[in-house]
Design a protein around this ligand. Sequence first.
Ligand code: COA
Ligand code: MG
Length: 297
Amino acid sequence: MTEFRPRRSALYMPGSKERALEKAKSLPADCVLLDLEDAVAPDAKQGARDQVCRAVKEGGYGKREVVIRVNGLATEWGEADLASAAAAQPDAILLPKVQAPEDLTRVRGRLEADGAAPGIALWAMMETPLAILNAQAIAAAADAPAYPLRVFVMGTNDLAKETGAALVTDREPMLAWLSTCIAAARAYGLDIIDGVYNDFRDEDGLRRECDQGRLLGMDGKTLIHPGQVVPCNELFSPAANDVAWAKQVIAAFAEPANKGKGAITVEGRMVELLHAEMAKRTVAIAETIAELESDAG
Ligand code: COA
Ligand code: MG
């Protein structure tokens, strides 16, 4: 596992929209997803590619994780997107409509041929029926010396379109697919970010869906509008009382009297070593978030 990186909020923006690319530099999103794919009309593709790559090269996104979503290799824009994105050196390249491990192999081959710097991560959109059925095989192909896969991103709008499942409140028709992708991601040490909430003026609805994703095991949520960032960060941050409890658990296991024990009692509750491991993750997450927020800008 790599060092923990908060991925509570990942804000998409159309690569053709200069104002959005600029505004993102001042928004408290953990990740910015600069889109060349579905948010950009065909006749704006090339302009968007140039604009996004220029913005990434210029920088100014601070500690936000910068991610370019390219068009798929099967499209007429895919190869040029990939070559330009790699040259701009974002933190990661988000691949749409990944269906099988071979899709990663193909992209890695192109990146290598383009001389892309090793270390650029890949993120995969999970948004087709085959992606769900192949989730384990895709996650199992994550490790690679140059271009490792680090994150699954749920594409719930495409999933609804491709499967016929309805996009309804509480997302019952999709729960099995979300959980399948979470299990696959966790089995191979990937992070996973939930799909978007389309009704961006409905904050209560967004909060409900963030909470649902968090309870399922998601690390964060993809977003489409600046107004969604703050509530999303709030819901995906560890709660203060959870952090306090985690510190108590860590301290209890560190006491000399508890050395070597696998299970102990803290405030009347049984805690095991596995809880201490979870507690360390919770504290690490909280500390990284605090650091991020103290020098946000
Ligand atoms: N990222 C960064 N800035 C954004 C933004 C985004 N996703 N969406 C809107 N903004 C900016 C606007 O430019 C505007 O800036 P300003 O007023 O400070 O100059 C401000 O936020 C308010 O925007 P608003 O007028 O409320 O929204 P809008 O009507 O301009 O746009 C959408 C609404 C949905 C079209 C727009 O939010 C959007 O394009 N979202 C992203 C869509 C996307 O990328 N989809 C692909 C993945 S599903
Ligand atoms: Mg999509």
